[in-house]
Design a protein. Structure first.
Length: 310
């Protein structure tokens, strides 16, 4: 068999090319696989993950199949530490990597419980060996409008809010994933922190002028009654409680320092935050029946989860 042109470091940026040789006559078939490297996941199976990328004109797919009933594999898409690397060994049995071509759009074929009968696989090229490295990372954010880096005093000087994090209210939830940083039952995003790229937090509202911005102050008006105890009707919405007999009846109790009646309430709003997960899949080396390749950048899978998970 005619030796193939050496294929090294051809897989980079947005496209790569596989060169296959036909064993009978030595012809070289040039197939351009300009995939966008944005991976999708089929989750219908209770035993396997199917991760894939598709392209049109012509219709082609790259796919990776591997078991989902193994704890280490489940951590790929639900990492508990960042970064986290998982290694998979392609064996064309339990772990498969395929390049396929089709005579129609495969979108309704790959994950469909009832496959499209009008689309068929024209060619199926499978890897006989290879090592997949899945590098999982995540970023947590409480979506309060303040970047995580600004919610950490950075006392450890590592510029990472997740290590030695600031927890203003001491509730065990670091500020960067705490939707209510001062535990006053008024969400941080509603306390006029006025964050902007130009001014940072210098324009944050400070109702009582004590140099503690309202979003970090559990007594916003400085009247001696903590904000959480100024919820007269106990519905968790402090902005609708007014003292009609106060000097400023049009201002909610928690911002009115002349409204000093206390309504004790130790019920806190539940805290949730978002986890943005990114998984980068690399394969090296990888062997097909007629081709050895040093490196494939398979692509990136992204997901967003609400935390803590139900």
């Amino acid at each position: 068999m005619t030796k193939l042109i050496e294929m090294r470091n051809l897989f980079f940026l947005l496209s790569f090319t596989l060169l296959f040789t036909a064993c009978d006559d030595g012809d070289i078939i040039d197939v351009s696989l300009d995939f966008n490297k944005t991976l999708k996941l089929c989750e219908q199976s209770s035993t396997d993950y199917l991760l894939y990328d598709t392209k049109a004109d012509p219709y082609e797919t790259l796919s990776l199949l591997f078991p989902s009933d193994i704890a280490a594999n489940q951590d790929i898409f639900n990492p508990t530490q960042t970064p986290d690397t998982t290694k998979l060994i392609i064996n064309n049995s339990t772990i498969k990597f395929n390049y396929r071509t089709y005579d129609g759009d495969p979108a309704n074929l790959l994950c469909a419980l009832v496959p499209d009968p009008n689309t068929h696989i024209v060619s199926d090229n499978f890897a006989t060996s290879g090592t997949v490295r899945a590098i999982s990372t995540f970023v947590d954010d409480d979506q309060d409008g303040i970047p995580s880096a600004f919610e950490d005093a950075n006392l450890d000087l590592d510029d990472n809010p997740a290590t030695n994090p600031t927890d203003t209210d001491g509730d065990g939830i670091p500020d960067y994933i705490d939707a209510d940083d001062d535990n006053d039952n008024v969400l941080t995003i509603n306390e006029h922190h006025n964050y902007s790229e130009a001014d940072g937090l210098s324009l944050a509202q400070d109702t009582d002028g004590d140099l503690i911005p309202d979003y970090l102050d559990d007594d916003d008006d400085g009247d001696g009654v903590i904000t959480r105890f100024e919820d007269e009707n106990g519905n968790g919405i402090l902005s609708d409680d007014f003292d009609e007999e106060s000097a400023t009846p049009n201002i909610p109790r928690y911002l009115d320092n002349t409204a000093v009646v206390s309504y004790p309430n130790d019920v806190f709003k539940p805290n949730t935050y978002k986890r943005y997960i990114t998984v980068d899949f690399k394969i090296e080396p990888i062997s097909f029946e007629v081709l050895n390749i040093d490196y494939i950048d398979f692509g990136i899978y992204t997901a967003t989860k609400s935390m803590p998970e139900d």
